[in-house]
Design a protein around this ligand. Structure first.
Ligand SMILES: Nc1ncnc2c1ncn2[C@@H]1O[C@H](COP(=O)(O)OP(=O)(O)OP(=O)(O)O)[C@@H](O)[C@H]1O
Ligand SMILES: [Mg+2]
Length: 282
């Protein structure tokens, strides 16, 4: 089947928080199209509007202005709202906040139960989600006894049991140790490759962002960069002005360019940087 060109499409979407004395425009006229099967990393400083934007995509928030379309639906009534929430799943930063059940199985069954899925079908979905995430052995365990990385895998399985088209991770690796982070990213990568599930990973880790097909940078509620990791991160001056890091090797090449040893900066991985440096040395 041909991938769906526009899974999510936002048109001039804005969101203003009105609940404090100074209304805050957290998302400012973002227009963006996301295809089925894309693996996107979303970056931005603290308070730049990433979480607000993510919540607009799965109809946890409704835009103050503009439009969010998921396939052909906008969250204008309850039915369409559920259509969207079912397809765009989200996992958050703190794995403890996602635990609902007393066993892993219960936790994963919760979503499809809420969607009104039949009991026998729920059983199948739970088993399949546990297999897909590689945690079938945790089925009967108490979620609060698991490690952070295991809890986040349960979170992914719980979303998978709703048969989503897209999973948004809002800094879901930030409380994990390096191994837990690596394992979670591997699971997500496989779901993206095998099941063509669209991934939007909101992260502060540059090395996670370099794994994505597309990097989007949000600053002050607006998109300021959107391209491949190489296109985005080799813009060293712009990225550092925003207050974000670029990969260390890119920074090294940038210094080599500033000192006249290189003409352009075009590497974001160690392998690419190695090739460029060997060329200089020869
Ligand atoms: N519930 C809220 N009420 C009022 N203002 C809010 C609320 N949530 C967020 N904001 C404000 O909206 C802006 C964007 O916040 P948001 O949480 O979307 O940013 P973020 O990029 O996810 O930040 P972080 O990296 O810290 O998670 C910030 O100025 C924040 O203070
Ligand atoms: Mg956030």
């Amino acid at each position: 089947m041909k991938p769906i060109d526009s899974l999510i499409k936002t048109t001039d979407v804005s969101y203003v928080y009105l609940n404090n004395q100074n209304p805050k425009k957290a998302v400012d006229k973002i227009s963006l199209s996301i295809k089925q099967g894309e693996y996107i990393a979303m970056l931005g400083r603290n308070g730049s509007g990433k979480s607000t934007f993510a919540r607009l995509l799965n109809a946890l928030l409704i835009p103050t202005e503009g439009k969010v379309l998921v396939l052909t639906k906008e969250a204008t009534n309850d039915e369409d709202l559920w259509f969207i929430r079912k397809r765009i799943g989200m996992i958050f930063q703190n794995p403890d906040n996602q635990i609902i059940g007393t066993t892993v199985e219960e936790d994963i069954a919760f979503g499809p139960e809420n969607l009104g899925v039949k009991t026998i079908e729920i059983e199948n979905r739970v088993t399949q989600a546990l297999i897909d995430v590689g945690i079938l052995d945790l089925r009967e365990r108490a979620p609060h006894m698991l490690s952070g990385g295991q809890k986040q895998k349960v979170g992914i399985a719980a979303v998978l049991a709703m048969h989503p088209m897209c999973i948004i991770m809002d800094e879901s690796t930030s409380m994990l140790d390096p191994l837990g982070r690596e394992e979670l990213l591997k699971v997500v990568r496989e779901l993206n490759k095998k099941e063509k599930i669209t991934i939007i990973n909101i992260t502060h880790h540059m090395e996670e962002a370099t794994l994505a097909d597309r990097v989007i940078i949000i600053n002050d509620g607006k998109i300021v960069e959107d391209g491949t990791p190489a296109e985005v991160f080799t813009n060293v001056n712009k990225i550092t002005q925003i207050g974000l890091d670029v990969p260390q090797v890119t920074l090294l090449l940038h210094k080599l360019k500033q000192t006249g040893h290189l003409e352009k900066v075009d590497a974001i991985t160690v392998e690419q940087a190695y090739e460029r440096i060997v060329q200089i040395l020869e």
